[in-house]
Design a protein around this ligand. Sequence first.
Ligand code: FEO
Length: 400
Amino acid sequence: MQNTRNVTDSIVWVGANDRRIALFENLFPVEKGVSYNSYLILDEKTAVMDTADSAVTLQFLENVKGALNGRELDYIVVNHMEPDHCANIETLMNLYPSSKVVGNGKTFKFIEQFYDMNLEGRKIEVKEGDVLDLGRHKLQFVFAPMVHWPEVMMAYEQTEKILFSADAFGSFGAVDALFNDEQKDAFADLGEMRRYFSNIVGKYGPQVQGVLKKAAGLEITQICPLHGQIWRKDLDQVLAVHDKWSRYEAEEKAVAIFYGSMYGDTAEAAEMLAGMLAEAGVKNTVVYDVSSTHVSYLISEIFRCSHIVLAAPTYNNGLYPAMLNLLEDMKALNLQNRNISIIENGSWAPQAGKIMREKLEGLKGMEILGQTVTIKSALKADTVEALREMSREIAESLKG
Ligand code: FEO
């Protein structure tokens, strides 16, 4: 059965939710599922913008067919060629034999790589700034390379002033209310939006900055991303958080403590430091076990917090693997500009602190506060005092 929503009188959301998916990209836990958004414009010509993942093909096709209401489909616009959005291009081409596929040079290269479609006579290649005339609606293409793949482009509908933003401004989570003004608090799921941003496009901050500059030159009434809710109020706030994240600027002055611990001794140090920070007047410190928390949540917290504490034991004369994984991910995602404190543990040859410092030196703008606190197996009076000193340093730095 068709299950669509009207974005405007002549633009229809024809996407679908997937609440069965466990791991997005077979990598990121999505407890609340994910939405695959697709949009159909009904004008003198009809155009669908991106398709959907194969998991929701049936619902997507029913939506397109229902919204077309017997009309032909003229254009299949491919803003992003990642399979979660392009799995149904060929099916649409077969169902609507006069339709043409609209993309850029890189889009068509990826189509050839992923699929064996016959695009002869069915291809329209566009360049930055080109306009696809549908009648009253006119789609202007705004290229957004590496947000999140190189072929990505956005489409700005000039008449109703709607930005179809591809992966930009998206979120994890199926949509309960499609439009952000249908929720009491449109930012209630900011954590999932941040986790999506930081892990999916976090690496490409400068490219996101480029998109924000282009967006600043457009009058926008609604932002329609490929995942998550449609933004039709508080657009300034949405743009502002993305500006902050893509500049690698912390969302707030706050502390996140990440620990790895085999037998509980390093964990005890992390918990004790959290208490000392609270006693020093620091509010809302959060503590995570890196072994039991998916790294995507940790990355999201690093995007949020100005101050990070890394606490880990030495392992095989190296660094505890779960902490190593976090540091590798921080590098892969281009994380920058945080204040870091380090706690290491080692029973006979502590190495963890040295390795964490070396890894952090490879990242831009990471300031290491004070001395590494070294625990020899378990906390003793001198290490407790060193933790107290660390809490003072962090509290002082937070005031700066
Ligand atoms: Fe949801 Fe980069 O695709």
